[in-house]
Design a protein around this ligand. Structure first.
Ligand code: ADP
Length: 624
């Protein structure tokens, strides 16, 4: 199995996209970004104060040995260190507090985008593939938005450490070796000094470049990494999954897992892809990088010690120069390494922005829907045809229909005949390809979407309930009207079960968040979903295959009360079971995306050539 691997962006593009990501993080959590940056600058500069004072103390010890001055220096060193530690602790606390919700904040960026997206984009598998790749990059290699601020911290830390270090090191190059030092006066020669600085810079540069080269293997092979992670996520944890437990036992699927889990040539295994990389180029580049860093330290020691030996400066300055230069060299490496890492991350950030930049194309109107107590809302489909994006076939073809107020309308037809598509257009999840849908004579596109949706209560086939309290599920509110919730649950046929629940509407569904939560059957879930539509009390109630999980007795019970349940609302009832629809005022029969018949049960059944007659007799055996 192969997976698409990654490509590096140019430095310019990488820089731009990292800045954009930092801007996004700053917009969402300015205090988090500021506190982290201030902390990192503080941490970069303060060690030099310690180095500076230590050098003064050592110089005094090795030189004049003035006790009063020594005392003063020691006190100053201690006081400054105490102050630094105190401010350090305060800044760290501030930074940690501000950084606490970063994970949720980043998740929130994706969640808000998803909630804001036009439904057809969410329904598009390409959107989910992109989001899934972003998630895998983040979970697998830690790539993407999560590391943006950290990368800037590393960069700034390096820049400020280098600046502080250079400030303490300038005198190393400018202090002259005395004339009596013989041949060593060459250390004063500007050409020698420039040559030395160039050699030092070259070494400092090469070490992180080699380390970056090693690191880039991980970014370039993120696809392979992600695929292996996904496979492990499946095979490695199959034994833990409750929903698969029966299948795994009966078909001994654990043997397939074992084959995968004990495969020594698997991507992360000892003879696998990443192990080979680690033994090969990655290992080589890391080792070479470390070796070159050691050469640098050697050069620095030789130069500093030689100058001190000639008497250019005292022993205290040796500690200052060596400490400062070592920090500078380490941080030049960190700077180049950090920049390389940011470049590696940029290609993952590009995917994040590819997702966040997906434009919405559906027209969003601003008209409000008139609130009417008499529920006098008229909806009309006018010659509506529809093709799903990317499909050449019509899912609906030339559908015209007016809903009579207060009517119970059944929409029937075989699977794939267009019933759910019809409801999706009604709820404006998609716009018609041709024709229009009108609410009180105005195209529904012209209404504010949420205002328009307030007219509908819908139970979709694949509805969801959450592991919250029963009352919260029915009302979709935290503070709900308990009596109304109970009334809706009773109407939906859930009354008996409710009376068995000790906590009533305060009972948690499922055990995910509460050990006393109740597990409920598919049929009970449907009744709760039905109660939810009643609680919303919208003028239109739409039920898409609402009884599929109910047993025949429960189904009959809900039907018998359906008139009462729907009250004065207009009810649209979708089903492929014709027996479910007899109680409706009108039955619309869908076939291949078209309405082929319309009427009441007896009329439709009497038409022996009609689709309804055909479907009825095909299903008759189930309800005989
Ligand atoms: P029903 O609800 O009657 O079972 P649907 O409205 O779900 O039928 O489907 C009508 C047609 O549209 C079918 O041919 C189905 O394959 C197609 N279809 C449904 N959903 C999609 C989709 N998201 N993308 C492409 N085609 C779809």
């Amino acid at each position: 199995m192969k997976n698409k691997d990654n490509k590096l962006l140019s430095w310019r593009e990488a820089f731009k996209i990292n800045n954009r990501a930092l801007g996004l993080m700053y917009k969402k959590a300015p205090k988090m970004v500021i506190s982290r940056i201030i902390f990192v600058i503080w941490k970069a500069l303060t060690p030099y104060l310690g180095i500076y004072f230590s050098a003064l103390v050592i110089s005094e010890l090795a030189g004049a040995r003035n006790v009063e001055r020594l005392k003063g220096l020691v006190v100053l060193t201690l006081v400054s260190q105490a102050c630094i530690s105190l401010i350090d602790a305060l800044l760290r606390k501030w930074k940690n507090t501000e950084s606490a919700g970063v994970y949720q904040m980043i998740e929130g960026i994706f969640r808000d985008k998803l909630l804001d997206m036009d439904f057809p984009i969410i329904d598009d598998t390409k959107t989910h593939e992109l989001l899934s790749t972003i998630r895998q990059n983040s979970n697998g290699g830690g790539w993407g938005l999560h590391q943006v601020v950290g990368n800037y911290e590393r960069l700034l830390s390096a820049i400020f450490t280098i600046t502080g270090g250079v400030a303490l090191t300038i005198s190393l190059f400018t202090t002259k070796v005395p004339e009596y030092a013989g041949e060593l006066v060459i250390l004063n020669n500007p050409i020698f000094i420039i040559g030395l600085i160039i050699i030092m810079l070259a070494i400092i540069y090469i070490a992180p470049v080699l380390a970056n080269k090693a690191g880039s293997y991980s970014a370039l092979n993120s696809g392979t990494h992600n695929l292996a992670n996904r496979l492990f996520g499946f095979f490695g944890w199959l034994g833990y999954r409750k929903d698969c437990a029966a299948d795994v036992r009966i078909y001994r699927q654990d043997r397939i897992c074992d084959k995968y889990n004990s495969d020594k040539t698997g991507t992360f295994s000892s003879k696998g892809f990443f192990a080979k990389l680690a033994r090969g180029p990655v290992g080589f580049y890391f080792a070479a990088s470390s070796a070159i860093s050691v050469v640098f330290t050697g050069v620095v020691y030789v130069f500093v010690c030689l100058k001190a030996w000639t008497g250019a400066f005292d022993i205290g300055m040796v500690t200052q120069y060596v400490a400062a230069i070592t920090r500078v060299s380490g941080n030049v490496s960190s700077l180049i390494g950090g920049a390389g890492h940011m470049r590696n991350n940029a290609s993952f950030l590009k995917l994040v922005f590819d997702f966040l930049d997906i434009p919405n194309t559906m027209y969003q109107g601003s008209l409000t829907v008139e609130k009417r107590r008499d529920r006098d809302y008229e909806i009309e489909f006018k010659n509506v045809s529809f093709k799903y994006p990317g499909s050449d076939d019509y899912a609906l073809k030339n559908v015209s229909m007016k809903f009579k107020i207060g009517e119970r309308l059944a929409v029937v037809g075989q699977n794939g005949s267009g019933k759910t598509t019809f409801i999706k257009l009604l709820c404006r999840l998609y716009d018609p390809t041709e024709g229009e849908i009108l609410l009180n004579g105005i195209n529904i596109k012209k209404y504010n979407y949420y205002d328009y949706m307030s007219v509908f209560s819908v139970v979709f086939q694949d509805f969801n309930l959450f592991a919250f309290k029963l009352g919260e599920n029915v009302s979709t509110k935290v503070n709900y009207d308990r009596e109304l919730v109970e009334d809706c649950l009773n109407k939906a046929g859930f009354g008996e079960r409710l009376s068995e629940m000790p906590e009533g509407t305060e009972t948690y569904l499922y055990k995910k968040f509460c050990k006393d939560g109740v597990e409920i059957s598919g049929g009970e879930e449907q009744k709760i979903a039905l109660a939810r539509t009643l609680y919303k009390d919208a003028p239109f109630i739409v039920l898409d295959e609402p009884m599929a999980a109910l047993d025949p007795v429960a189904e009959a019970e809900v039907y018998s009360k359906f008139d009462e349940i729907a009250g004065d609302k207009t009810a649209i009832y979708i089903s492929h079971r014709l027996s479910s629809c007899r109680f409706c005022d009108t039955i619309a029969v869908f076939d291949k995306g078209q309405i082929v018949e319309r009427g009441i049960h007896d009329e439709l059944l009497a038409n022996e050539k009609g689709k309804y007659h055909e479907l009825w007799h095909a299903q008759a055996q189930y309800y005989a």
